[in-house]
Design a binder for this molecule. Structure first.
Ligand code: TYD
Length: 136
């Protein structure tokens, strides 16, 4: 799987003058079952998150409020996404290095994940990720 597999998924949106509603069903709107949800908030200006890859984890990243950038890197190609709509999710497949930055004030980044937290699933060192991914 490469960066070409990572894409913005437009989620269902029920428009209503009382406020809009978006929903996500595992296996239906996103290509994995949901085992975990976590979110980043109170991110100080200029902070960077991420800086790792996952061996087997699938994720969907959503800007629930505000905006931020996600830089994806499969070791050959890089792509930057600007997330600022709560009905859009960025699907990130396994074996992709990611960095998150450019958080607007008050932004909330929600991540839906295919597995529970497991430190063994991380590559936290870029060199180790590259060696495992491309053998150099
Ligand atoms: P990390 O995944 O490095 O955060 P980010 O990618 O957003 O920069 O996780 C930061 C810390 O939080 C790390 O010590 C592991 C812990 N953590 C959990 O305990 N459970 C979780 O579900 C997540 C995502 C992180």
């Amino acid at each position: 799987m490469t960066i070409e597999n990572c894409k913005i998924i437009e989620l269902p949106k029920i428009q209503d003058p009382r406020g809009n509603l978006t929903y996500i069903e595992g296996g239906q709107h996103i290509p994995f079952d949901i085992q975990r949800v976590y979110y980043l908030y109170d991110v100080p200006g200029g902070a960077e998150r991420g800086g790792h890859a996952h061996k087997g984890l699938h994720q969907l990243i959503i800007a629930m409020s505000g905006s931020f950038d996600v830089l994806l890197d499969d070791g050959k190609d890089k792509k930057r996404f600007h997330l600022n709509r709560s009905y859009n999710g960025l699907y990130v497949c396994p074996m992709i290095w990611r960095e998150l930055d450019n958080f607007s004030s008050g932004s909330v980044c929600m991540v839906i994940a295919s597995n529970r937290y497991d430190e063994e699933d991380y590559y936290r060192e870029y060199g180790a990720f590259m060696r495992s991914r491309w053998g150099h």
